[in-house]
Ligand binder design. Structure first.
Ligand code: HSE
Length: 449
């Protein structure tokens, strides 16, 4: 059979990895796919760079639309990124009857419903293994390997940049700003790291996992997104003393009331495997009712790890290309006519309805009765305390006598699970106490058991 013809839009880090791995492993890939997979055309604004990667094995063009207009091309790989031109080109490729492979989590998390609908109408596939956790086949696992299960929750370290920064903060006892600058100098963080450090990249990825785990539409606009910029070395150290590590987690959970969809820093017990995922590595834990808890670990970014996922999608397409569209794996795991409508019986819950436990760090005046007042407010709100530490503020931050000129101490409280709305109200009351001397630090805590 004639090799499947592929057009590549954008040949940067992942594009060149894809080209190189396809070349290197072409024979094994052909044996698996049942036919060859050939990158026939490459579009990149930098045509010289593109030529330096592909030589004369593929036609290089500066205009991506030349690829879309070519009737010989079966599959378009979109590696441009962002929502602008990438969205237009993906929709045009679909309209032209091409299958699409993309690593663009932002595009699918925000415009996925429109894109999947257009693809269904045209009978083409949109594959996106590379969009979540790079080389880890988590989309395949959720959509196919765990298909027998009622999935109950998914929690992942799905942003390597922030995991690298948190690992460095813990290892070196440094604050966020210092580590970010070093990470940028070493090339671990981008010059504009906003999407990574503010949790947006992780939220795009968990939005996609939530949709395929629960059979709901992609709803990035409903995700709670919180990054790591406010974390201090002191919190990381206190968490450690209590037996926890702080990780930026993307979490989605099925509850009786609906779906939790959130990204924020979380304390995770040090004894959990996922708490020991360090540096730029990614890991995802999935809990299904039949299988129990499963863990997936690997590189979440980089040239060949991401290429590994892109090529897995190409092989799927090569195998299913001639199949009746109704007999292919649905892009969001559930048949499209069974997806629960946004806001329907499985609504994404507001944060006030999320139930989780908390780490609180409260800087207080070190005097009689302070702790009693705080615990009585928590008790009044029905919030049960799990553990409590009192640390001289100076032990970590070196300022036991603060600007108010009174002896100060840090109270660190771990709570049992409670509704976030109730915790917000209790914290507002505690913050009003005259003996509470600084804004309260609150970090959520996940036991993941
Ligand atoms: N910027 C992402 C990360 C990789 O740091 O994990 C691509 O999603």
């Amino acid at each position: 059979m004639k090799p499947i013809q592929v057009g590549l839009l954008g040949i940067g880090t992942v594009g060149s990895g894809t080209f190189n791995v396809l070349q290197r492993n072409q024979e094994e890939i052909r044996r698996r796919a049942g036919r060859g997979i050939e990158i026939a055309m490459v579009a990149d604004l930098d045509t010289e760079r593109a030529r330096s990667v592909v030589g004369d094995t593929a036609k290089v063009v500066g205009d991506a639309r030349e690829i879309i207009a070519n009737p010989e091309i079966d599959v378009v790989i979109e590696l441009i990124g962002g929502y602008g031109i990438a969205k237009a080109l993906v929709l045009e490729a679909i309209a032209a009857g091409k299958h699409v492979v993309t690593a663009n989590k932002a595009l699918l998390a925000v415009h996925g419903s429109e894109i999947f609908k257009a693809a269904a109408e045209k009978g083409v596939m949109v594959a996106y293994e590379a969009a979540v956790a790079g080389g880890i086949p988590i989309i395949k696992a959720l959509r196919e390997g765990l298909t027998a299960n009622q999935i109950q929750w998914v929690a992942g370290i799905i942003n390597g940049t922030t995991n690298f920064i948190l690992s460095e903060m813990r290892d070196k006892g440094l604050d966020f700003d210092v580590v970010l600058k070093e990470a940028q100098r070493l090339g671990y963080a981008e010059a504009d790291p906003t999407f990574d450090i503010e949790g947006v990249d992780a939220a795009h990825k968990v939005t996609l996992m939530s949709a395929i785990a629960f059979g709901i539409p992609v709803q990035f606009d409903k995700a709670h997104v919180e990054g790591i910029t406010k974390l201090s070395a002191a919190d990381i150290k206190y968490a450690e003393q209590l037996g926890y590590r702080i990780k930026l987690l993307g979490i989605t959970k099925r509850t009786d009331k609906g779906i939790e969809l959130r990204v924020h820093p979380s304390l995770v017990p040090t004894k959990r495997l996922i708490a020991n995922v360090e540096g730029a590595m990614n890991a995802v834990v999935v809990h299904g009712d039949a299988v129990g808890t499963t863990l997936y670990y690997g590189k979440g970014a980089g040239s060949e790890p991401t290429a590994s996922a892109v090529i897995a999608d190409l092989v799927d397409i090569a195998r299913l290309h001639t199949a009746d569209p109704e007999h292919r794996v649905p892009p969001l795991a559930f048949q499209s006519n069974t997806l629960v409508a946004a806001g329907g019986e499985l609504p994404v819950l507001p944060m006030s309805e999320v139930v989780t436990s908390y780490y609180l760090r409260i800087r207080v005046a070190d005097e009689a009765g302070v702790l009693a007042k705080i615990t009585s407010i928590l008790a009044g709100a029905g919030i049960s305390i799990d553990a409590l530490l009192q640390r001289e503020a100076g032990e970590v931050s070196g300022d036991s006598e603060g600007s108010q000129g009174v002896p100060q101490t840090d109270l660190i409280i771990l709570t049992h699970a409670t509704r976030e709305g109730g915790m917000d109200a209790a914290l507002a009351q505690i913050q009003q106490l005259p003996t509470v001397l600084a804004p309260i630090n609150r970090i959520r805590k996940e036991e993941l058991n």
